[in-house]
Design a protein around this ligand. Structure first.
Ligand code: FCB
Length: 458
């Protein structure tokens, strides 16, 4: 088995559709999409890419692209509609067929347990703001290890808990749409606690082959100027975005500067109980990193609690307005090794949305995405040459899909989806990626050298 694998990622709510099929329960994203004005054009994941019904041909497409690994997420409300108690056998069967279908095709299944679709019944009971949800999540994790552990050995507990906690509960731009910092901070702790509990459950139930990690959205943070205020603002955003999650998971402690800042604004961070941080710091097999862009900030004292504002990105930017900076991936990977040690890294998402991609004569030319992937893979290769232990890379995303509050207006796929017909058309970037994977397999890239263990220099 080679050490390095290339693949693509998706998430359940973004691709599956069939939200009322097969005994699935509602999730907070079904609810959020019904709120007027919450999602662009009133879109929802009701149909999405119809992957729940088209999964077989989607797996065949992955084979055609030569993917070695596929990162998908399990919809908690599909397998356990109320988020507690009874499992929905039809939901579990779907993910079993998917995993078996991948294995049959020589593709490694990598399952994320939580890519943002909390069962609505759990939200009604207080959601991630209450500790009970962490315990229910651990039960769900144990059940998945028990039912799927023979076909899935690679597990990711959470996807981007920063986004869930702060975009979902402080800024309210994502489900469940709450705007309250105290709630968001509590949520962040319960997400981390649930991660640690799930790591233990997956190891206990998944057997000796289980490999467990968490996926964080991380970014290098730059100050907009050399002014001390801006430099301090950058340190705060780094504390908020990166260290608030990395430190507890990998060092067993929240960063003291951020605890102090949050407690100054909101009083005691009172949801942390004795022993929680030991659970949160349960040993991991890998760290999942989603990298899209660096952050630039300046001091903005009027904005509580962090006292900062995002500064304008440097061009070029994507259709999301996200700065394109492949060197940022290299810098991030080196920083992770320097500050947190040698844990294997999976790049669990990396990619970009661009406007104006059309199917012409059965083809989609997306030169900007080709350049984006090429430059980020080159940066990854440099990090590997510099000694970082990178084991997986996933393009986000396999398919154009439901991009959360942006609905279907932002296309991240390496494969184009015509939502009216559900026709899939691999974009130029997918064909480029296919060739890159083939070259890597034949030893043509540094990442390939790592597989065979031979030393290489750029
Ligand atoms: C990440 C999410 C993923 C997708 C990309 C563009 O934050 O994990 O679902 O929306 O951004």
């Amino acid at each position: 088995m080679s050490a390095f694998r290339l693949g693509a990622a998706t998430a359940a709510y973004q691709v599956e559709g069939s939200v009322r099929e097969g005994g699935r329960g509602d999730s907070i994203w079904d609810d959020f999409c019904r709120l007027p004005g919450a999602v662009a054009d009133g879109d929802s994941g009701d149909v999405a890419c119809d992957h729940y019904r088209r999964w077989r041909s989607d797996l065949d497409l992955m084979v055609a692209l030569g993917l070695e690994s596929y990162r998908f997420s399990i919809a908690w409300p599909r397998v356990q509609p109320d988020g507690r108690g009874r499992l929905n056998a039809r939901g579990v069967a779907f993910y079993r067929r998917l995993a078996e279908g991948l294995l049959d095709r020589g593709i490694e299944p990598v399952a994320t347990l939580y890519h943002w679709d909390l069962p609505s019944a759990r939200q009604d009971a207080g959601g991630w703001a209450v500790r009970d949800t962490a315990e229910r999540f651990a039960e769900y994790a144990a059940l998945m290890a028990d039912r799927l552990g023979d076909v899935v050995t690679q597990w990711i507990t959470h996807n981007e808990p920063w986004v869930v906690a702060f975009l979902g509960h402080a800024e309210g731009v994502k489900a469940p749409g709450i705007r309250d910092w105290v709630t968001a901070l509590r949520v962040s702790h319960h997400l981390l606690l649930s991660h640690g509990l799930a790591v233990r459950a997956l190891r206990a139930g998944g057997g000796p082959d289980a490999r467990v990690g968490i996926t964080l959205n991380l970014a290098p943070v730059h100050a907009a100027s050399d002014a001390v205020e801006d430099v301090a603002a950058a340190a705060r955003l780094d504390g908020h975005l990166n260290r608030w999650f990395l430190d507890p998971v990998l060092r067993g402690a929240y960063p003291p500067d951020m605890v102090e800042l949050f407690e100054r604004s909101y009083g005691l961070f009172d949801v942390v109980r004795a022993g929680d941080l030991d659970v949160i710091a349960s040993r991991l097999d890998f760290l999942g990193v989603n990298y899209y862009m660096p952050k630039r900030v300046r001091a903005e004292p009027r904005r509580a609690p962090l006292g900062l504002a995002e500064a304008g990105p440097r061009p070029p930017v994507t259709a999301m307005g996200w700065e394109v900076d492949a060197d940022g991936l290299h810098a991030l990977l080196l920083r992770l090794r320097r500050d947190y040690g040698d844990l294997p890294v999976y790049i669990t998402e990396n990619g970009a949305a661009f406007d104006g991609e059309e199917v012409v004569d059965g083809r989609v030319e997306d030169p900007q995405r080709v350049a984006y992937l090429r430059d980020h893979l080159a940066a990854l290769e440099r990090a590997v040459a510099d000694g970082v232990d990178v084991r997986r890379y996933y393009a986000w995303s396999l398919l154009d899909n439901f991009e959360w509050e942006h609905g279907y207006s932002k296309r991240f796929g390496i494969v184009h989806v015509d939502y009216a017909t559900q026709r899939r058309t691999p974009k130029r970037s997918a064909l480029w990626f296919r060739d890159y994977i083939a070259r890597a397999r034949n030893g043509g890239a540094q990442v390939a050298d790592q597989r065979t263990g031979s030393a290489s220099s750029p």
